[in-house]
Write a protein that binds this ligand. Structure first.
Ligand SMILES: Cc1cc2nc3c(=O)[nH]c(=O)nc-3n(C[C@H](O)[C@H](O)[C@H](O)COP(=O)(O)O)c2cc1C
Length: 141
């Protein structure tokens, strides 16, 4: 079992609901998985985990949330090499561009994406919740 953290930002609760479903799945295979709002952890602390499951909605114009999450991720990016990473987040009107760009940053930092990312249009529906559960199970194993 790898030391696993789920770290997310959410403005209106959609990505938070996804994070909760990811945690449910992760706990089935790794009871020590920890969940953090991004305000509760620094990049240096996050870098101590082997597996990082990160959640952030599409904000700005197809970017990560710029006030808290982007600064956190920018700092973490330099410490991601060799880590297992999985990504999730909610979006509104776009086509998932923010997630594709985010995935490229993760692989560009020489981290491994351990499973397909999960994106949900606004509030996660039943299918998205199942996908979040499965993401948690796969990434935290
Ligand atoms: C300031 C702002 C910028 C946004 N920019 C985008 C965007 O570029 N593309 C998109 O698909 N959705 C965009 N959205 C919609 C959010 O991604 C969507 O509402 C999402 O469900 C919010 O997740 P949360 O409830 O976890 O905060 C934006 C929302 C806000 C408030």
């Amino acid at each position: 079992m790898s030391k696993t953290a789920i770290i997310y930002w959410s403005g209106t609760g959609n990505t938070e609901a996804m994070a909760s479903a990811v945690l449910d799945g992760a706990k089935e295979v790794n009871s020590e998985t920890q969940l953090f709002n991004v305000s509760e952890i620094t990049a240096d602390e996050a870098a101590k985990y082997d597996t990082l499951i990160l959640g952030c909605p599409a904000m700005g114009a197809e970017v990560l949330e710029e006030g808290e999450f982007e600064p956190f991720f920018t700092e973490l990016e330099t410490q991601l090499a060799g880590k297992n990473v999985a990504l999730f987040g909610s979006y509104g009107w776009g086509d998932g561009e923010w997630m594709r760009n985010w995935e490229e940053r993760v692989t560009g930092a020489n981290a491994k994406l351990v499973c397909d990312s999960v994106i949900a249009n606004d509030a996660p529906d039943d299918e998205a919740i199942v996908n979040c559960n499965n993401l948690g199970k796969t990434a935290a194993a």
